[in-house]
Structure formats: C-alpha cells, structure tokens
Design a protein around this ligand. Sequence first.
Ligand SMILES: C[S@@+](CC[C@H](N)C(=O)[O-])C[C@H]1O[C@@H](n2cnc3c(N)ncnc32)[C@H](O)[C@@H]1O
Length: 289
Amino acid sequence: MWRTLLELWRAPFNAASFLIRSRLRWRRGTPPLPNEPKEALFDYLPPEQAQRCEQREKELRQRYRLETLHTASRRADYRENLYVLDALASVGDAIAATLPERVRVLDVGSKNFAYAYALERFFTWHGAAQPRTVEVDGVEIDGYGIYDNLHSRADYAHAHAERAGAGRVRYHVLDVLDWHRRPYEAITWFYPFLTRYPLLVWGLPLRHYRPRALLAHVLSLLAPNGVLVSLHQTSLERDRMRALLAEHDLAPTAVVPVRSRLVRHWRAGEDRWLLVTRRPAALPTDTER
Ligand SMILES: C[S@@+](CC[C@H](N)C(=O)[O-])C[C@H]1O[C@@H](n2cnc3c(N)ncnc32)[C@H](O)[C@@H]1O
C-alpha cells in the first residue's frame, strides 16, 4: 500500500527532476581523488570478523595488484572495489574461462563508476599468466546528479575511469538501449531494476522501467560465448532475472550468494546474489530481431 503511494508521489517528481538534470548536463570538471589512510578498514565489524576481512583485503590486493588504488583512494571507494572483486572472484573461473587476450567489457548502470578499478583489475588478471588488454565502457543513464560539492556524478565517474585506465576505461552518460557498440566479451550488470520500487527510489522516471527490453538489448551486445555477470539485491530479483533469461532459453551457469562483509553496509546485502550467464553462439531470439 505505502509502496503504491510512493510510486504515485515519486513518479511525477522523478520525471521532472530527471528531465531537468538531463537537460542541464552539469559538469564542474574532473575532481581530485584524495587518499585516506587504510588502517582499521573494517572497524564496523567485531574484531574477529574484521581480522578475517583484513586478511581477505591482503589476498585481493596481491592477487589483483591493487597497490595504486590502496595508496590513492578514499576508504569507502577502496572497500567498494574490494567488495566487487570479492564477489567476482567467488566465480572467477566461471567468468574468465573463455576470455581472450583482448577483452572488451561493458558495465551497465555504472553510477559514479567508483568500482571501475575493480572491473579493470579483475578482467586483466583473473586466471591470466600474462595480463590481458582490457577496455571497459561504463554506461549510465543518470550521470548528472549533483553532489554537495557541486561536482556531478559524471565528474567523479570520469575521475574514477581515468584512475582505472586512462583511455581504456570510459564512462558514457546514455540510456544503454541507445548504446550499439558491440561485441563485448563480458558485460557486468550490477543491481538492474527488476521491480519498479528501487527504480523510483534511485530517482528514475517510470518510463525507464523496461527490464525485458533491457535484457534483450544487453544480450544482443554480447559476443558469442560472451559472459553476462549480474548482481541482484534480493532472491526475488534473482528469480525475476532467471525468468527473463529463460525467455531467451538461457540459464545461468553459476548462481551464488554474495556473503562478503568488505563494505560497511554489508547487512543490507545479506540476500545478494551473483549470476553468471554465458551467451551461446546464436541466441534463439536473434532471428526475431
Ligand atoms: C541500483 S543502481 C546500481 C549502480 C551500480 N551498478 C552499482 O553497482 O552500485 C542501477 C543503476 O543503473 C542505472 N540505469 C538504470 N536504467 C538504465 C539504462 N536504461 N541505461 C543505463 N543506465 C541505467 C541507474 O541510473 C542506476 O545508476
């Protein structure tokens, strides 16, 4: 009931505010990304759990060569990158099994792209004797939200992309339905909106609630045998994604819970799920397009 009320109230508000920021396209320039000390990084956890996380942080830092990020990032951003790497590493071999030496990655709905570094590092190093050459395109429909310091989401996203790989990691403010570059060997899609409520809470107009069309389009951008890696906030959303995939005769090759405590808000993500889905050489739906 209260969700319906919220939808009634938020929908016109979102439509108006999204229109204004999309027209304004606010940029104040690329901001500096200051460093913060990394001591007691997991001080929000009881000591024993914090110690386990410290250990995991060291493993991830070594395995994915995170030294530069470790010495030049805010604590929250560093933790976000660790969290993404921890989740990807839990099914790393399933994702990286068929990656070529040159990998093109698309990230859908990149927010401020604070985790761009984790994506670049994972695809460069996971299961590779020699580093792969990785290019990452992050596509975000709502890139012009403005922070308290008058920098926009796009300002930060460009700064994060540059730190992750100047020229090779790029951020684009666009509806992914209007993005036609292809093919990608891997597509990451973290927390797609598979119900209306989170889309409204994130400030988008209801007309952008199109999970079926988005999935069909995202699959069409994948190379044959390419891999779609999706993260989901709840088991309900996980099941919705599986049902949508089934419409393309696809089933994930891996479905795993994400139990990482490497971010402060880990409790809010206790029912998170990661799905790995491989696109066959031809999709049954290809012929219909
Ligand atoms: C729940 S947020 C997840 C953000 C980010 N991927 C993360 O892991 O924190 C979903 C993001 O997808 C973006 N989005 C939704 N629909 C989109 C579309 N059609 N094209 C591009 N981005 C979209 C939203 O604006 C939002 O930033």
